[in-house]
Ligand binder design. Sequence first.
Ligand SMILES: [Zn+2]
Length: 133
Amino acid sequence: MMKQVGPTRINAKHTLTCHCGAVALLLNLPDGIVNPRRCDCSICRRKGAIVASVSLDGIEIIKGADVLKLYQFNTNTARHYFCSICGIYTHHQRRSNPNEYGYNVGCLEGVNPFEIPNIPLNDGVNHPADRSK
Ligand SMILES: [Zn+2]
C-alpha cells in the first residue's frame, strides 16, 4: 500500500477521472494505492496502464455513467470500462478476483504513476484462471 506518490497524498476518498473529464469516479482508498502492478495479458499489454486494486463497493460513479463503455472478451468474466469519448481505460472488474476492481492509477487526480518505484509485472500471459487447466 502507498499513501503518497511524489507530491500527491492519496486521500481515503480519491477522485479518478478520464482524460476528457466526462467520467469521474470516487474511489474508496483507505489504505492508499494497493498492489500497483503492470500486466502482460493481451489487453493490458496494449493499454500499458499501471493498475491497482479497490473493493467492489469502493467505486462510486460521480459523473459519466452514460459515457462509460463496457468491453468484454474471451471468457467474458472480466468487465473492462473505458470512456467512450476520450477512450481512456478507467477501471475493470477483475477475472482473477471478481471481488475487486482494478483501476487506472494514471487516472488518479494528481498522481503520476511513473513516480511509483519498482512496479511488479503480473504474469497475465499465463492467467491464474487458466493455470489449473
Ligand atoms: Zn473521457
